[in-house]
Design a protein around this ligand. Structure first.
Ligand code: SF4
Length: 423
């Protein structure tokens, strides 16, 4: 199983390399000293993660050759915007045409899109977002794995099932060996090339202990590692980076400081944002975003969340519903679609597990509304259902094989290639 297509290095310019995929050139950052022009590589998140032996690369490319172009054809067909009568008002139609031309929308225009509830207008909004995704980023779809290694947390966020005051939750903490083993299985057996290591803010898993895990995984396997363990300060982030992590997943949850303080027992939003800015300035790929459907959250506030995500230089937008409050599927899709309109050329937009829990067809609906990224849960099954940040979480009891099959079947039916072709 493979979640990236090998590319051939055609040029090396210091740390930046140019890689060719079926005639298309992309840039990637290289940290492998012995890499040379002509080598075949796998890239994830814009990083070269592995040199692939030529015979293996050529065999994989041969297998992909026809499929790659067939998928692109399917995607192109499914992402067209209808030119005929769409049945929507002139006002919205002009805004969406402007977006489709790649022009920046004004705040009031974006608000109109977020506010609409008319089915025909929603349909056009989602189609425009999908059109832009195809136009600028083609059919590649990131497929990352996530290992949730501890459900202990010192915080007490009101909406979260693993908050420290939830005394009925059975707690678990995977050992270092178990985490490395789970990563190895995901990488070697299932072919994942990017993994997120996630936990609550577990005081037993201090920075140096996580550093040890990152180093061990990087020593044994070629993989892009993202860290999602809450706030560890600039120093902690630097240690993770030095150990080999290259991405950070930290949501700011809401751009509204008052709402944030209410949710996070008086914590300051600015501190969370500083953490995210520090991560970016240290060179991390930043995955961030917010919650959809918080009590007291307005459309204006949701738009601020999307704009803040862009301002934070997010590589990936991660917006999920607050499940205890169950927002409508359409609201989540509107946030994904408007995110695409706000950042059409660069954003990886994730269909979150939270959305999949709210809506069984979330992956398909999200991918057809501007999203281009999914995450599969590769936490060992015996622990997975205990990471109960909300009840009835999707994939809590599904094997990795079953998740992969369902996701690949869906991606192929939509003409998407489960790849990450670099920057
Ligand atoms: S949202 Fe994060 S910080 Fe808050 S309780 Fe849950 S895991 Fe802990």
């Amino acid at each position: 199983m493979c979640y990236a297509i090998p590319g051939q290095v055609v040029e090396i310019n210091s740390k930046t390399v140019t890689v060719e995929y079926f005639g298309e050139k992309k840039k990637a950052i290289n940290e492998i000293a012995e890499l040379k022009a002509g080598d075949f590589i796998y890239a994830q998140g814009g990083y070269v993660i592995k040199v692939v032996p030529e015979p293996e690369a050529l065999a994989t490319l041969e297998l992909w050759k026809e499929t790659f172009f067939e998928l692109r054809e399917t995607d192109l067909r499914l992402s067209r915007r209808p030119k005929e009568e769409t049945g929507i008002g002139n006002d919205l139609s002009l805004i969406l045409d402007k977006a489709a031309e790649g022009r920046e929308l004004k705040r009031e225009e974006l608000l109109k899109l977020l506010a609409t509830e008319k089915p025909a207008e929603l349909d056009q909004l989602f189609k425009t977002a999908n059109f832009l995704r195809q136009k600028y980023l083609s059919n590649s779809c990131c497929v990352h794995g996530i290992i949730e290694f501890s459900n202990y947390c010192r915080h007490d966020c009101v909406y979260c099932g693993i908050r420290k005051s939830n005394s009925i939750l059975k707690r678990y903490r995977m050992s270092e060996e178990e985490i490395v083993e789970a990563a190895g299985e995901a990488i070697e057996k299932h072919g994942f090339k990017a993994l997120v290591l996630q936990s609550g803010e577990d005081q037993e898993y201090q920075v140096d202990r996580v550093v040890g895990v990152i180093k061990e995984i990087k020593k044994r396997y070629p993989v892009l590692i993202f860290i999602s363990v809450g706030e560890v300060g600039r120093e902690g982030l630097q240690k993770f980076y030095d150990a080999g992590a290259r991405g950070v997943l930290t949501r700011f949850e809401t751009s509204d400081p008052k709402l944030y303080a209410n949710l996070h027992c008086g914590d300051k939003l600015e501190e969370r944002l500083q953490n995210i800015r520090d991560a970016y300035s240290l060179g991390y790929l930043v995955l961030t975003g917010g919650l959809i459907g918080l009590p007291g959250q307005s459309i204006e506030s949701l738009l601020d969340d999307i704009l803040l995500t862009k301002e934070l230089n997010a590589e990936m937008y991660s917006f999920g519903p607050v499940l205890p409050y169950g927002p409508k599927t359409e609201l989540v899709l509107k946030v994904l679609a408007v995110s695409r309109l706000v950042d059409p050329k660069n954003a990886r937009i994730l269909v979150t597990t939270g959305f999949e829990t709210l809506e069984p067809s979330a992956q398909k609906l999200g991918l057809m509304a501007g999203a281009n990224s999914v995450m599969l849960n590769v936490t060992p099954l015996k622990y997975r259902k205990l990471y109960e940040i909300y009840p009835g979480r999707a994939h809590a009891e599904e094997t990795i094989e079953a998740q992969i099959k369902a996701t690949l079947d869906l991606l192929y039916s939509l003409g998407r290639a489960p790849t990450d072709l670099g920057i």
